[in-house]
Design a protein around this ligand. Structure first.
Ligand code: SF4
Length: 194
């Protein structure tokens, strides 16, 4: 796993793609996992703030996600217990409307399988957003239907929407998420974190 992490940190497969975006940034893989972790957070891709801080979920989305999971900041960033493995390890850049571009598929194709093979002690997997849900569950459903069907995957896997502020209206429309899913998820997180 050490050699794999070294190679991943040096990855420049998307250099040309990123250079062609408005931010013209270089690849900066945000690597945050270790063998032995029990909780896997399968996320989407770093935003610009995370890219600059080199720390996953170092933003408002992270605050909301930690609240959903019932984790303190120390617990969330404890690599002995929590592995954060996005569908792409670098900030993809912005589209013409200022939204984050999707994670480059080459990243999951190249890195995901060998990393997950090395994380063989995971007992709870949190799937954040459609890209992770499609990859891990093989589903063709949209995020709302997949998250609404969370009982089909619990107690070892929980699909969640992205904790971005952009989903605040979704949370208001789907109040069952906070009243039904989150209490069960928080109890499962406690079991694995103690
Ligand atoms: S997004 Fe993934 S494949 Fe692309 S440069 Fe970063 S680590 Fe490499």
């Amino acid at each position: 796993m050490d050699a794999l992490c070294t190679d991943l940190r040096a990855c420049t497969l998307c250099a040309d793609r990123f250079a062609a975006t408005a931010t013209r940034h270089r690849p900066n893989p945000v690597v945050w996992f270790k063998p032995g972790a029990r909780v896997l957070i399968a996320s989407q891709a770093p935003g610009l703030r995370v890219h600059e801080a080199n720390t996953p979920f170092w933003d408002q989305s992270g605050r909301r996600l930690r609240d959903w999971l019932g984790m303190t900041e120390d617990e969330f960033y404890d690599r002995e217990r929590v592995a954060i493995v996005p569908m792409a390890f670098c900030f993809p850049g912005y589209d013409a409307k200022g939204s984050d571009l999707p994670p480059p598929p080459v990243c999951a194709r190249t890195w995901r399988a060998p990393i997950l093979e090395g994380l063989d002690t995971i007992r709870l997997t949190i799937l954040i957003g459609g890209y992770a849900q499609k990859w891990h569950l093989g589903t063709k459903q949209g995020v709302t239907d997949t998250v609404a069907g969370w009982r089909d995957h619990a107690p070892h896997t929980f699909p969640l929407p992205h904790p971005s502020w952009r989903n605040t209206a979704w949370l208001k429309r789907n109040s069952w998420f906070e009243t039904e899913l989150l209490p069960v998820l928080r109890a499962r997180v406690r079991e694995e974190m103690e």
